[in-house]
Design a protein around this ligand. Structure first.
Ligand SMILES: [Fe+2]
Length: 318
């Protein structure tokens, strides 16, 4: 692990294989259960409760120590001072299990978070409405990844975040069947839920009692995408399983973008590649087509029932 404290980036060995990177493209999230040590999880909870003296490793020139300390006030949703604590950087932000995955999906010199949100919830409580977060963008790019960090055991009673696997592409079928398709990110203390910021989600219903802490922060890409994770010699782009009707083209597009092969991604439609069935008698037509189409990522999100924002309409692809 190399950490550059000047530009706040790190580099390490990627740990995901081709199959696992494609699986992330299809699911939109990865759970790392219980990878942060118990004493650090407890320190985080005490720190957020104001029971540990803040000692930031530096004070950014546009801020003061008092301004940073005020981010721990009970009415502050963003306790950003914790991002400047050496122990938090080393034991949480640079956790080796998490770092290997981030390096696989975001390339060399991953940028550390500049903002952290504390999603504290008092339990019991009802479920939130299903939604895509504000400012979600739907496209093949993986320029940043959002991470939930649970410093406490978060069983189903404490309302862990519910996610709809695969819904980060914004396809309407995930919106209409969210209750049926969703899964709760139940996790033990010291877990990370790494995910596409665009995934359809909600805070789950909590029937337990007490305070649930959850920190949310983003890691950032600083280099162009390329296939520099663990290559599997047997991995075959032509016959890989990219997903089902309508969705496969989006997951495949994302995988090609991550490989640095986006310009080679062309669709001929129908039962052509990337669609394939294990029992078909020969590979799908259309693989490596010279002419074809790109998926329309803005169209896929039309009619989303979350209603809180318009997605992609505020963006024009350059
Ligand atoms: Fe949300």
């Amino acid at each position: 692990m190399q950490y550059n404290s000047q530009d706040r980036t790190f580099d390490t060995k990627p740990t995901l294989t081709d199959t696992q990177v494609l699986e992330f493209c299809k699911q939109g999230y990865i759970i790392l259960d219980g990878v942060v040590p118990k004493e650090i999880n407890e320190k985080v909870c005490k720190y957020l409760a104001g029971k540990v003296s803040p000692n930031p490793s530096n004070i950014p020139s546009h801020l003061t120590l008092e301004m940073l300390k005020s981010t721990l006030d009970s009415n502050s949703p963003e306790p950003n001072i914790i991002l400047l604590e050496d122990w938090f950087i080393n034991e949480v932000l640079l956790n080796s299990d998490l770092a290997g995955i981030l390096r696989s999906l975001l390339g060399k010199n991953v940028g550390l978070p500049v903002l952290v949100s504390n999603h504290t919830a008092e339990c019991p409580g009802p479920a939130q409405s299903w939604h895509h977060d504000a400012d979600s963008l739907f496209g093949p790019e993986v320029n940043y990844l959002e991470t939930f960090y649970y410093p406490q055991d978060t069983p189903i009673e404490m309302g862990p975040t519910d996610v709809v696997p695969g819904s980060h592409i914004g396809l309407n079928k995930f919106h209409h069947q969210a209750d049926e398709l969703s899964t709760a990110t139940v996790a033990s203390a010291g877990s990370f839920v790494l995910h596409s910021q665009s995934i359809y989600h909600r805070r789950g219903r909590a029937t337990g009692t007490g305070t649930r802490n959850m920190l949310k922060f983003n890691y950032w890409r600083t280099t162009s995408p390329t296939r520099d994770w663990i290559k599997q010699p047997e991995f075959d782009f032509e016959t890989a399983e990219y997903g089902g009707h309508f969705a496969a083209r989006y997951y495949a597009h994302m995988f090609y973008w991550l490989c640095g092969k986006e310009k080679d991604f062309k669709l001929i439609g129908g039962q052509g590649w990337p669609w394939n069935k294990p029992n078909q008698i020969a590979p799908s037509y259309g693989y490596n087509a010279e002419d074809g189409y790109k998926p329309d990522w803005s169209r896929v999100h039309e009619g989303c029932p979350c209603g809180s924002h318009s997605v992609n309409s505020g963006y024009t692809k350059c």
